[in-house]
Structures are given as structure tokens and as C-alpha cells.
Design a protein around this ligand. Sequence first.
Ligand SMILES: C[S@@+](CC[C@H](N)C(=O)[O-])C[C@H]1O[C@@H](n2cnc3c(N)ncnc32)[C@H](O)[C@@H]1O
Length: 563
Amino acid sequence: MKGRWREFKPAEDWSHHVYRGRPAYPARFLEASKFHEPGLAPARDASGAYHITPDGLPAYESRHLRTFGFYEGRAAVHSDDGWFHILPDGSPVYQERYGWCGNFQEGRCPVRLPGGGYFHITAGGAAAYGERYRYAGDFKDGRAVVQRHDGKHTHVDAAGNPVHGRWFQDLDVFHKGFARACDSGGWNHVDVFGKPLYGERFKSVEPFYNGQARVEGFDGSLSVINESGQTLLELRGPAQSHLQRLSDDMVGHWRTQTIHAAVELGVFERLPASAREIEGQARLPCSFGDRLMRALMELGLVWRDADGVYHASGRGGLLMGKGRLSLADAARHWGTESYEAWSGVAEALRTGESSLERLRGKNLFQWMRNRPADLRAYHSAMSAYARHDYQGLAQRVDFTAHDAILDAGGGHGELAFALLRSCPGLKATVMDMPEVVASAKLPADLKGRCRFVAGDLFRKWPIAPDAVILARTLHDWPDQDALRILRRAREAMSKDAALYVIEMVLDDATGRGGLLDLNMLVMTGGAERTAKQFGDLLSQAGFDLLNVTGTGSVSSVIQAKAL
Ligand SMILES: C[S@@+](CC[C@H](N)C(=O)[O-])C[C@H]1O[C@@H](n2cnc3c(N)ncnc32)[C@H](O)[C@@H]1O
């Protein structure tokens, strides 16, 4: 009977299809999945992967590594020479071979080039547009989501044209005229013009079903909202009451100091260990090991097995003393000088003066000059954060346009090292204070491509670069000093040379970065800044702000051009 296959179901062990409770045909396969129009199903046996007819017979002769269902008359297949689409008779739709192929929806299909780069192809296999994206999804209702190389998402139409021109941190296809979208404040719903339906942001939102959507608040509450964002129904209250949340925040230093104590006592290097073993090795009085480990367990930094042995959790593992990504020195920094400085935050807000400088009589960088151990610990912490945060930078910003870069205030050079390893044609100079440069180590694989020079950000710079990076350096200084640094940079650079300022960008809409901003105030008298504040400072120093790109970590890249 024609169309019988529509009632076929894969057998429980996926070795054949079942029709009305009986095997649909005699053949057996290693794997046979669902039938799709025009009555073909992907199947695999010892000869390879192909498609079968409702009689369980091969639809064509060729064999592949893997085959997928037919959509709009074309099926994706993975062969030795790559991915492509075939027609029901097994013939290829086009000559190209891709690194991956999706399925056709609405006459378009996302594909990925072997070296990376997504785009859509037409039913004939031609590129639907010239752009290449970091990711491209399926079409639905005439629109697809694409992700740019800086991580931002938008909607495009079948010809690849922007639908509304708005870019989001994350985005979904349209469902009945609305799409789930995420900006720096969180998730919400947007209309076909990319405009938010309401002001509130959520930790997550579901699509609207018949005018209502389930959403989860940042406080853990669950509710149902309507298309104006009004709450219609509370499904679950906040995970923490106001009292609990406030109480936790008021004793935030308990966490800082428990982590600091565990690092000082070398707890994480001793794991896995029982509380008794920790007590013995760290010389703690009897039962104090239990008290410390219990607190670390509450913080999710260790877990205890059935024998009472403690193990480091994924997060706790980051506090082990050795290792490129260890944050042990960062924990010491937050538990000592940062902790001291924060006790004076109210006074710093009154006077605009760094609390640390008031306590020590010198700014942080001058104070560390004659204290090699503190200088080493500070740069070890900075380098570890740099290794975490700057990893993907070269994938988001194109540094290959430059022959050489200067990383001013570059510390021990981790950012420069990451860029050089991603851009084989690039050379770098790292400039910092003499003591810092003297204690930096150049990795063997970068010899000849990277050098350290001693230089003062506030005095004439010793080299004339065609591209400058200032990473987490301007935030150490108040506006008048940041401007002096930018002017020194401009003076060293030629017209049209590129400047990359890498900093956390404050978001007034959500308050994001507000605590880090206060940290800069108490530590150095510096400040985090909004995109507008960066734009103003840059133009006063003779630069034009070109764009601000997210890096996937806390920092953004503010790209500017010397005027
Ligand atoms: C917060 S750290 C940032 C380090 C690195 N750029 C990063 O992103 O990890 C600031 C850097 O500025 C350097 N610095 C401070 N004052 C300086 C000065 N007057 N001249 C040169 N470098 C200075 C410090 O030594 C330190 O390496």
C-alpha cells in the first residue's frame, strides 16, 4: 500500500521498522531511523550508511559514514570527503564538501566550512549570501539566527539581509511573532523589529504559548507572564528571601576569608584527604579540620565521599597552588590588600582617594616596587586571570592586520603571549615598570617574536608602535591620569594607528561592573567606565572610538583609531 511507511516506527533496538506491530520487511540493520518524505529512512549495516525504501531495500548504491533524514527532498550525508546533500536517488545536489551540514527548512540550509564559518545554502546548493558567521541556525517563518565572530546574534532573512539590525548576546528564532532574546541584562522577548516587549529581564524565558510564557527570575522565582511582561501567576517564590539574600551579602567577607585561609593552609594541594589528615599536615588542633572542611563544603569548593574523604570540586581545583590557571594568588590578594582597602570604602567615596594609598602612603604600584614577594604574587594573580580571560580574544578581534603590537602596562605578558600564539605573523613588545619587566619570563616558543621593555606610561614612550593595547591599565587611574596615559599613547602613535583598550565596560541599565568600579577606587583611586565615558576620554586624547566588542569574559575590547 502506497504511503504505508507513514505508519512505520523504528523497532525498540532500532534494527528495523515495525508496521502495525509486525516487522515491516525481512532485512535487519545496525541502525535504522525514522522514515521521512518521500518514503526513505537512514539506515546503516556492515556495508556503510545509506537510505532504504519501505521494503527495507537500498534506495541507491553509494555508501557513506552517516546519513540523515530527508527534508525538502534533500538529505545530509557524511562521507570520507566531507558533508553534503543528496537527492532521493543518491546523487549529490552539489559538488562542494562541508565540515558539517544541517537540514533544509524553508528552502535554506545551514552549512559549516571545513575550517569554520557558517552560512546558508539554497536548494540548488549555492551560497544564499556572501557573509560567513560563527554560527547559523535553521530558518523558521522566513528568519534565521546568525552569530557574528564577536559573539553577538541577530536575525537574517532568506537573502541574508538583517531583519531588524539589532544584535543580542543570545537569540532564538521567532515563535508566533516573538523571539527569546538575551542582552547584557538577561533574557526577554522581542518583536519582529527586535524591540523588547517589556522592560524586565529574566534568568531564562520560554517562548509564548497562546499569549503566555513561563519565566525564571534571577532570584530563582518562576512565574507566567503575558506579552506585556505582567505576571499572571506565581509558580514558585524566590529561592532566597530578602532577609536571606541581604544576610548573605552582609557577611560576604566570611567567604573571602574562608577561601583565603584554605589557600594559606595549603588545603587544596593536600586533597583528597580526610579532615584528620588535613589537621595533621596543616598543624590544626583536633576537630578544626572538620570545621574548615565543612565551611569549604558549604561554599561548594570541596565534596566528601562515603569514607569521609574530601575532594576538590571543579571550582575548588582552581585554588590549587600550582598550575597555569591557579587562582591561589588571586585569593591571597583578595584576602589581604584588597580586604584591607575595602574597609575604607566609605572614606574613599567621600574623598575620591584610594584607601590602600591612604593606609600605606604610596600607590599600589609604587608600594610593590621594593617588595619582590608582593610584586610576584600580584603579577601571578594578574597572569592567571589573563590566561582565563584573554584565551579567545584573537578569535573575536582581528589582530592579524598588524605586524607588531605594543602591550603597554602589559605586566608579565600573558595577553601578548596569547595573541602571538593565535596570530603566527605577529610580533609584540610588552612595556611595564622596570621591576615588572625584570621579573617577567619569555616562553621559549615565543623567542624572537616578543620582547619586554621598561617604560613609564606617564613619560614619553620608548617605541613608536602601529598598534597599542592598554589592557586593564586605564582602570587603575582616575580620569586625569587615564587621559595623560592616552595622550602619551597618541604621541607615540602615527595617524590612523589602532588602539585597543581592554576593560570591563560598565552597564548603567543593570549596574554590571559597579562593585569592580568600587574595587578600583579603594585599591588605586581608579575607575571602571561606561562606553560613553571611554568615548569622551578617547576623543579628548585624539582618538576616535570605532566599536566596543564583547570578549566572552568580563572585559570588552574598545577599538579606537588615532586621529
Ligand atoms: C592591572 S595590571 C594589568 C596587567 C595586564 N595588562 C593585564 O591585563 O593582565 C596594570 C599594569 O600596569 C602596570 N603599571 C602601573 N603603573 C605603571 C607605569 N607608571 N608605567 C608602566 N606600567 C605601569 C603595572 O605594573 C601592571 O602590570
